[in-house]
Design a protein. Sequence first.
Length: 276
Amino acid sequence: MTSQSTETATANTGDRRRINALAALNLPRYVLLPGDPERVDFMASQWETSEVIALPRGYRAAVGTYKGVRIGAVSTMMGAPSLDIVLADLVKLGIDTFIRVGTCGTLKEDIEPGSLIINDASVRLDGTSHFYVRNEFPAVASHEVTFALVDAAATNGFSHRVGTGATTGSFIAGQGRPGFNGYVAPEGERILEEMKRAGVLNFEMETAALLTLARIYGLRAGAICSVIANRITGVWDESGGVARACLVGAEAIRRLAEWDQRAGEAGRTLITATDV
């Protein structure tokens, strides 16, 4: 249950309309974080009950019930700086479990568009998390959230891969794409080749910031992305992966809620193998 208090804007806090609207929505402790605001509506359509609201500056949020579990979703828009702002509001409301549900481009030739990638860690090229902690601090997902995502994807028979991703602060140069008039930044070209050699599975733009901040704050976070681009073959195709990723996110929350309940009944705060 989240706080119902209303905050007043100050020079340090900035615009408080969004957090006040989120407080009134009464989000649960489990929240999905899509980048695209329209994905909030799609997620809500997969739930049994839902209420969707518009937030200032184009953000959207939803609350509802999925298979008997209260669930929430809030859009973060594109990029780590935007996620940083939204996450700050949600943390203040007492939310402690986050799952990013996004899209990505894969660096593996054998991963088809529409497949799912679950990032258990991410290379911090996001340009935001570095303001919070030194560069050597790892961006790693909660083992509980990652296990819930893997179990949900496997149970539903969805093609998926688990591993390290890379979060960049640029969709174009930061991921080795050509810019205007075919301009290719030397750094972007180098990053693309380096990430491929390191076995990185995918490029996207929010996960590292989420995982880093969640770890610093003592919260749980994980990430699942639908592959819409294969950077090796050049194919761009959504192929129904977004719907699958949204469903896996909801199923992971259902699992986490059940595991948390069992752990609480047993007097534990972390799950063990006997809770699953």
